[in-house]
Design a protein around this ligand. Structure first.
Ligand SMILES: O=C(O)CCC(=O)C(=O)O
Ligand SMILES: [Fe+2]
Length: 349
């Protein structure tokens, strides 16, 4: 398998949506249009958030993550997700399995806290915070920042879809109490002779993923099957996944940006106009890589169904069939109850 060397994904600046100045209306329109195009063509893009966060902040988060992963195994195991609801907590190296293969990573997951936690109920336990000094405080600040970013990007996407203010208000009500997930992942390098994956190919299932990763190059790869031009320009890179032909694009970190991708809920909202895209991690470098995906998800109770604005944009033949609507929390329960009971991993569909 070969990958494209270049970072082919678009870079989109969110700055114009950080204020309401009428002088920035044109810039907002071009950001919204760029988001729309990127979601149709790739389902992935770089979001330039340099006007929104100091780059030192997420860098510090990766250091805190490193301190946690450097602890003795027993100390990390003390926060095992098995102590809780099988979702919140630490999973050892290779504990998670994707597409039948063990992922070469360890990680710790946090979810939106719930009222009346009950660890015997899937997803309803409590977060398990490492005692590394500053870890919880800094990561909670990041959570607040990313939740607010989620709403900002959703508003920009609503504009990109041509939604009326009333339609945006309705959509906003589905995401204003996001059932977010945050994951801190540690990837030792894959041994050279191993044909496994650091994280197997999967789609994210929610709404928007904001991924901050340390500067390690050539780790995250995104499968692009849509733009024929890319495939034609790099014929030697063509890969096949299932029945789809495409290319794996490297999504190396760009300073000041997070990598952003849309999950399956956006496929439902847009009745398939936007696609959530396969991605995987293959880390063969020599360093220990740390990444921090934040999953901005719909509210637990959100009733996710095709949006009128998306249907207006669709070709009549694509509009004939409607995607099945889901209540986000039910959909998520269906996924996580599979996770450990059925030998499926958290990334499996
Ligand atoms: O570590 C990465 O670069 C990607 C992780 C990922 O795709 C996920 O956790 O869903
Ligand atoms: Fe992912």
């Amino acid at each position: 398998m070969s990958t494209l060397k270049a970072n082919a994904l678009p870079i989109i600046d969110i700055a114009p949506f950080l204020n309401q100045d009428s002088k920035d209306a044109k810039l907002r329109a071009s950001t919204a249009a760029a988001l729309h195009k990127a979601c149709i063509e790739y389902g992935f893009f770089y979001l330039d958030i340099s006007a929104y966060v100091d780059p030192a902040v997420p860098e510090h988060l990766t250091q805190l993550g490193r301190q946690f992963f450097a602890l003795p195994q027993e100390e990390k195991d003390a926060l095992s997700l098995k102590n809780q609801d099988y979702a919140r907590g630490y999973a050892r190296l290779k504990e998670n399995v994707t597409n039948g293969k063990a992922d070469n990573h360890e990680g710790i997951d946090f979810y939106k806290p719930v009222e009346n936690p009950d660890k015997t109920r899937p997803l309803w336990g409590e977060n398990q915070w490492p005692t590394v000094p500053g870890f919880r405080e800094r990561y909670e600040e990041w959570t607040d920042k990313m939740k607010a970013l989620g709403l900002i990007v959703m508003e920009a996407m609503a504009q990109g879809l041509g939604m009326t203010p009333e339609e945006w208000e309705d959509l906003r009500k589905q995401v204003d109490d996001s059932f977010w997930v945050m994951r801190v992942i540690g990837y030792p390098p894959l041994p050279n002779d191993e044909d496994g994956f650091s994280c197997g190919a999967h789609k994210d299932y929610g709404c928007l993923t904001f991924l901050y990763a340390d500067p390690t190059p050539s780790a995250l790869q995104v499968f692009s099957s849509r733009p024929g031009a890319v495939v034609l320009a790099y014929p030697s890179s063509v890969a096949q996944v299932g029945s789809e032909k495409g290319v794996w694009i490297n999504a190396d970190p760009i300073p000041g940006c997070v990598v952003c991708n849309i999950g399956e809920m956006w496929e439902i909202w847009t009745n398939g106009l936007y696609r959530s895209t396969l991605h995987q991690v293959v880390h063969r470098g020599s360093n220990y890589r740390v990444s921090i995906p934040f999953f901005f998800e719909p509210n637990f109770e959100a009733d996710v169904k095709p949006l009128a604005a998306a249907l207006r944009l669709q070709e009549p033949e694509d509009r004939k069939e409607y995607r099945k609507s889901v209540v986000y929390g039910d959909f998520l329960m269906g996924k996580v109850s599979n996770n450990f009971a059925g030998g499926k991993g958290k990334y499996d569909s």
